[in-house]
Ligand binder design. Structure first.
Ligand SMILES: CC(C)(COP(=O)(O)OP(=O)(O)OC[C@H]1O[C@@H](n2cnc3c(N)ncnc32)[C@H](O)[C@@H]1OP(=O)(O)O)[C@@H](O)C(=O)NCCC(=O)NCCS
Length: 229
């Protein structure tokens, strides 16, 4: 079987070209191993990012935080390079706003989105509004489907009950909802049940939102983005 990481990178690469975003995929397991041997990797963090890190108690959360900053900074570096500018990313703050959404202090006009699902972390930087979500594919509980999925999505899932496709479809819908919630910085406040993600396009908060989804072995990634590309 082809390595999931390579498949994810290839698929994201081709999407990034057509949709005009920059991304970085970090393997958090490798990152943690490198960090154990080389603490200088932490120099990628600013003082504010380090302060946030120091308040985190659980090691997994710390690795996710550092990986997210590293992924966004790498994506920002590429984005700025495409504009013929070199950025010292160690001076850029990737912080959380009051809505928990990530933002770049020094480039508030740029959109940032982060997602993690062990061992992968993806950071995206773009001029337009984007949201990204990754999940390891699993079969969601019926109660989750009942509570968060639209009637149309439930109807489609019913046709795949008992097949391998069921979990894949369910996770495509789920990651699309999460990605859309990140576009609008709403998190779980978005009406997940009212949002039908079974088509590649939906109207959310009066905006035209498009979806792209990738399934690579047992991982699913969705990107939601606003019209205008
Ligand atoms: C906030 C939420 C978007 C997080 O989603 P998630 O799938 O749990 O986690 P992800 O790793 O994909 O995303 C985490 C990132 O989302 C970003 N994020 C958090 N709140 C956000 C918001 N309101 N808007 C946009 N982005 C947000 C942050 O950048 C965070 O990473 P960071 O802490 O390193 O900065 C939200 O929808 C949530 O809490 N979901 C609950 C998930 C759940 O219940 N899953 C069970 C069934 S699968």
């Amino acid at each position: 079987m082809e390595k999931t990481e390579t498949m994810l990178k290839d698929a994201l690469n081709s999407l990034s070209e057509s949709l005009e975003f920059e991304f970085c995929l970090v393997n958090m397991m490798d990152f943690e191993r490198r960090l154990e041997k080389d603490l200088s990797l932490l120099s990628v963090l600013t003082e504010k990012e380090t302060d946030y890190l120091n308040n985190l108690k659980i090691n997994k959360n710390k690795i996710q935080w550092i990986s997210g900053r590293y992924a966004v900074k790498s994506a920002l570096f590429r984005h700025k390079l495409s504009e013929s500018t070199i950025v010292n990313t160690a001076c850029i703050d990737v912080l959380k706003g009051p809505d928990s959404a990530p933002y770049l202090s020094q480039y508030p006009e740029l959109c940032v989105s982060i997602t993690h699902s062990f061992p992968y972390c993806i950071g995206i930087v773009a001029k337009n509004k984007f949201g990204v979500d990754i999940e390891k594919i699993f079969k969601p509980e019926d109660s989750l489907i009942e509570h968060f999925y639209s009637e149309n999505e439930k109807g489609i899932l019913n046709c795949f009950k008992g097949t391998e496709e069921y979990s894949k479809k369910a996770m495509v819908f789920w990651t699309r909802k999460e990605a859309a919630s990140k576009v609008f910085k709403q998190g779980m406040k978005l009406d997940f049940k009212g949002l039908d993600t079974s088509r590649d396009r939906a109207i959310i908060n009066c905006c035209n939102i498009h979806f792209k989804s990738i399934v690579c072995n047992d991982f699913c990634v969705s990107i939601a983005f606003e019209d205008g590309i």
